[in-house]
Design a protein. Sequence first.
Length: 274
Amino acid sequence: MIDKSLEIDIEKIWGNLEIQKFEELDSTNSYVKSYLEKNKGCEILVIADTQTEGRGRSGRKFYSQLEHGLYFSIGFSVEDTAPEFLSLYTIAAASSLIQAIEKKLGLKIEVKWVNDLFYQGKKVAGILAEAITNQKTNKISSLVIGIGINLAGTFDDADPLTQKSAGTLYQVLPEEFELEPLITEFLRVFYTYHQNIENKSFLPVYEKHLLGIGQEVYYLRRDKKYRGRIEGINEQGQLLVKNNKNNIEILIADEIHFSSEQFVKEIGETNENL
Ligand code: BTN
């Protein structure tokens, strides 16, 4: 188990962010969501060694029992934010995590739209952004950004899809590995993006790391299967794909499921035929 006794000088990075640590939780996102319901206006970072009910997008499970896994969620309030900002926050979090991993661990990361980080052809991290919405105004009042990172370990008891598509940042966790610089850098970058979310300055970072540009992919929209070639993202962080009639389609994160499998590569393999 990694030493998670963080000594972050948090005040310099994120004013009043409260930090709580647990050996085990059902889901750090669920914990933070109910904490925010009871403690309105608070800002919190929750870290767990393992999760028994780790969740991914669209109700999928996220394997959270890795020997060296990092599972955390940040919760904070926002000022009456439109629902479209949820996916921009996912992209801001992904960009922050890419930047933190590349800078502090020196590993080259790619991102599979919209919320999966890949390293050496395998999914190594996932992001789940959830909103607490004011029912009267239909505006977001608080956000929970959950992140799971596979640092090292094996997926022996995971489901077959996870076994096929998931990977880790390290085969063996380096002895000198420290969590603190990684989390601190992530929080520093993410806080800046959050403060200036309207500027969307994370979009170029995200697009530079986008996986599969020019690749033909399958995706599901309301359980129907479609095919298209990835072109890039637009100003809303939506994915642009060219269909077989050469028209550009705009994919909205909430409506689309892309399987990670079609982006998986064994090291040294090209995956043009997947
Ligand atoms: C995905 O793969 O679709 C997103 C996975 C997000 C997993 C993280 S782990 C910490 C936080 N708590 C959860 O239950 N999920 C997120």
